[in-house]
Structures are given as structure tokens and as C-alpha cells.
Design a binder for this molecule. Structure first.
Ligand SMILES: [Zn+2]
Length: 250
């Protein structure tokens, strides 16, 4: 199986997951139709289905344009069916989907937000929940929701790649540097990100293992992170809430 990362809009990512054995191709989110249709054409893949992570416009507004050129069934959360584009299949957290993904509940950014885990690919498509070196803003859910979602992800194998919905890596890393990240991992990534930017390469797709060294939202159980957040002795849940609040005000 192969993953194609597609840049859309200003800083969004859409993804194609292609299974060479079956010839099937799944699109994950549709921020903008043009780049997605171009990627399908460049690869010579035909669209089999679409998965949607959440209802925000910058994840669904390209859908109508994609489907007009490449009709395919659309899968989205039953809980959000009323505010998602028309769904052909409504799923619930815990479901296994055609194409090989398992649906993980990931509320916090929005209430119906989900992530797609492909055990066979060792890949987790997190959109605006856990992100590269950060996590999404809490528009609808609570810090507790986000904490629980991230704890679910953290139970996955360390080699799992985290594929998020936006390229916020540089801003997230600058912020993460305040919260006692692993110094070696920080220095390596600080050197790597400008090089990726210069070459126009994606910043998404870091491993869970590397995020555990850098991402403060995966490190809330560490005393040095609680200290850095100004809440020494606080519970991991409280530390996450505090860091997210400080990011909102940064
Ligand atoms: Zn969003």
C-alpha cells in the first residue's frame, strides 16, 4: 500500500491511500478538488471511496468537485451526518471500513472528529486532533476529550506514522520548544524543517515514537513538562489543558 500526500489550499493536506493488490484508492479529506484530481491523474489511480475526518469547510469543500470528476461513495461519522456532505456510509468509532481503516474516536477539535488507523500501513490519519508536534484547537470538545483521544493514539506502536490535516509543523515546533522536549530530537528537527520547506517537501508523517520526544501533548505525564507549563504537580490532563490554553494565547 502507498500513501500520496497532497498539498491543498494554504496549509492543508489531503491523502490518497492506494492498495496495489486490489487497485483501490481511498481519499482522506477533500480540502480542494484541483490538487486531488491532479494527484489521481498523475498516479493513474481511480478513486474508490472517500473518508471524511470532520465537518470543517477546509476538509470537505473540495468534495463536490472531486465527486463530479471521480464519483465514489463517501464515508463519514454518523454523529456528524447532519453537518457533513451527503454520506453514502455513516460509521461509528470502532468500525472497520472497506479499504482497511479502523475508525478511532478523536473528539476535541470538533465533537464528531475521527481518526483513521491503518494497522497494515502503520499509519494514523489524525487531521486536526494530534498533529505534527502539536494538536488541534479545541473548538467544540474539552481538553479532557483531546487528552483521551491522544491517549488512544499513544497506545499504538511507536513506528506508527502520524499524518495530520495541516502543515503547522514549524509553528508547533517553535511552541513545543518551551515544554522541555528531548534536546537531541528538537535540534534535529529544527535543522530538518527549514530544509523540508526549502525543498517543498511535506512535514507530516512523523512517527509516534518521534512525537513522544517532541510533542508536549504526548508528554503531559512528565514532571519537567508540568513544570514548564507552570503547573508543577498537576495531573497529565490538567497539564494538557494548560498547554493548549497557552497555545491559544500565544
Ligand atoms: Zn478542522
Amino acid at each position: 500500500m502507498a500513501i500520496e500526500i497532497i498539498r491543498c489550499l494554504k496549509d492543508n493536506y489531503a491523502y490518497l491511500v492506494h492498495d496495489e493488490a486490489s487497485g483501490e484508492t481511498t481519499l482522506i479529506d477533500a480540502p480542494e478538488s484541483g490538487p486531488i484530481l491532479k494527484a489521481l491523474a498523475d498516479k493513474g489511480w481511480s478513486l474508490t471511496r472517500v473518508y471524511i475526518t470532520h465537518h470543517h469547510w477546509d476538509h470537505v469543500d473540495g468534495l463536490a468537485g472531486v465527486l463530479a470528476a471521480a464519483p465514489a461513495p463517501v464515508y463519514g461519522a454518523k454523529a456528524d451526518a447532519h453537518r457533513l456532505p451527503p454520506l453514502d456510509h455513516a460509521f461509528e468509532p470502532g468500525d472497520s471500513l472497506p479499504g482497511g481503516a479502523e475508525v478511532l474516536d478523536a473528539p476535541g477539535h470538533t465533537l464528531g472528529h475521527v481518526a483513521f488507523h491503518y494497522p497494515a500501513l502503520k499509519a494514523l490519519f489524525t487531521a486536526d486532533s494530534l498533529m505534527t508536534h502539536g494538536c488541534g484547537r479545541l473548538f467544540e470538545g474539552t481538553a479532557e476529550d483531546m487528552f483521551n483521544a491522544i491517549a488512544r493514539f499513544d497506545a499504538l506502536p511507536g513506528e506508527t506514522r502520524i499524518l495530520s490535516g495541516h502543515d503547522y509543523a514549524q509553528a508547533n515546533l517553535d511552541f513545543a520548544a518551551r515544554y522541555a522536549p528531548d534536546p537531541e530530537a528538537l535540534a534535529a528537527r529544527q535543522a530538518e524543517l527549514p530544509r523540508l520547506a526549502a525543498e517543498g517537501l511535506p512535514t507530516t508523517g512523523t512517527t509516534l515514537e518521534s512525537e513522544r520526544r517532541l510533542n508536549p501533548y504526548l508528554r503531559c505525564h512528565l514532571s519537567q513538562v508540568a513544570d514548564a507549563a507552570g503547573v508543577p504537580g498537576a495531573s497529565p490532563r490538567e497539564v494538557l489543558a494548560q498547554i493548549r490554553l497557552q497555545k491559544d494565547n500565544a
